[in-house]
Design a protein around this ligand. Structure first.
Ligand code: TYM
Length: 333
């Protein structure tokens, strides 16, 4: 008998170039999980419409996100890799879940408040119900694990609320989904200037993109804030120095980190050397991924074929769920 694998689902918006935060918060886990789980990973193009109504770049961005996922090690033969808008069942489930979603709760969501601040001229209803659409993406496959970064944690809490409301009102259909990171807390990769998280569209000089050229990576890392160095043995690190150590932990070896920790503690650290080391370790990490992205992007037909294959697989799973959903609600006349 073939053992049924547990179901995993996640997505990334095509709103710009992917960066180290997307990699360490999400894609690194996708690549590990594809070996042991039944995985559904998608490009969240419908979500991008809530903040990016101009669709001129959308197709190129969708292709880029697909290529970036594959360049990081995702295998389209092992997972369903698809585009959200091609799964029409998403919109139907979104509609039903909207009846279980209270506007007062949605207005309190941190990401909604952030986006209202960033886009004061486009506070559309899609922005408010963003977590409802995201819940639909996840519940459509009855997924149990959702590999995401720390910023998505609240959305997972909301998804669990809708699961419980649905199951209570109409009968048990959905399992509760949980944010997932292998054996650890959820990840938040800080921006290079330490003022927030790395992000696709804000603050590009403080974000390391998977497509950045080597010189650009070096320039961004060398610009990070430091000071004259500690003057007292074992003193506490300022935030911006903690930040550099955090970034180092992502790409440098244990020995390198220990060396700079020791030098910090005995006040011999030279931040210029530390940043040079970090820049070279970042280059070594990013450049092979960038080269693969550029190769994959040249083959548009390959990307279209993958999306088609992914959509067939995802719609099979979505269709089976929607049969259960309609029956549970009583829409089976
Ligand atoms: P998005 O496109 O903003 O980000 C994609 C993934 O990258 C993670 N991430 C980070 N992790 C750590 N540090 C950072 N600085 C950082 N920046 C981004 C995000 O947590 C995310 O995992 N709402 C989602 C897209 C989505 C989705 C879904 C996710 C739509 N439907 C269903 C999971 C399941 C989003 O905007 O991700």
């Amino acid at each position: 008998m073939i053992e049924k694998k547990e179901i995993v689902m996640s997505g990334i918006r095509p709103t710009g170039f992917l960066h180290l935060g997307n990699y360490f918060g999400a894609i690194r886990n996708y690549v590990k999980m594809q070996e042991d789980f039944d995985c559904y990973f998608m490009v969240a193009d419908l979500h991008s419409l809530t903040t990016h109504p101009d669709t001129k770049q959308l197709k190129a961005n969708v292709h880029r996100v697909l290529a970036e996922n594959i360049a990081c090690g995702l295998d389209p033969d092992k997972v369903a890799l698809y585009c959200q808008s091609q799964i029409f069942e998403t919109s139907e489930l979104y509609l039903y879940l909207n009846m279980l979603a209270y506007t007062g709760e949605l207005e309190k969501t941190v990401t909604f408040k952030d986006k209202v601040r960033q886009n004061p001229d486009n506070i559309n209803a899609g922005l408010l119900t963003y977590p409802v659409l995201m819940s639909a993406d996840i519940l459509l496959h009855r997924a149990k694990y959702v590999p995401v970064g720390k910023d998505q944690e609240q959305h997972l809490e909301i998804a669990r609320t809708y699961v419980n409301r649905f199951n209570y009102r109409y009968g048990e259909v959905f399992p509760e989904p949980y944010a997932f990171n292998y054996n650890q807390e959820l990840v938040k990769v800080p921006s290079l200037d330490g003022t927030g998280k790395m992000s696709k569209s804000e603050n590009q000089m403080a974000t390391l993109y998977l497509a950045d050229e080597d010189d650009v990576i070096r320039k961004k890392v060398m610009k990070t804030k430091t000071d004259a160095g500690p003057t007292e043995i074992n003193s506490a690190k300022p935030d911006y120095i903690i930040n550099i150590f955090e970034l180092m932990k992502l790409v440098s070896t244990e020995a390198v980190i220990l060396k700079f920790e020791a030098e910090y503690n005995n006040c011999t650290i030279r931040y210029g050397d530390m940043k040079k080391q970090l820049a070279e370790d970042m280059v070594a990490f990013i450049s092979p991924i960038r080269n693969r992205i550029n190769t994959i992007l040249k083959d548009e037909q390959y990307l279209k074929d993958i999306m088609k294959k992914g959509a067939i697989k995802a719609r099979l799973s979505a269709g089976a769920t929607m049969l259960k959903v309609r029956e549970a609600i009583g829409l089976n006349y």
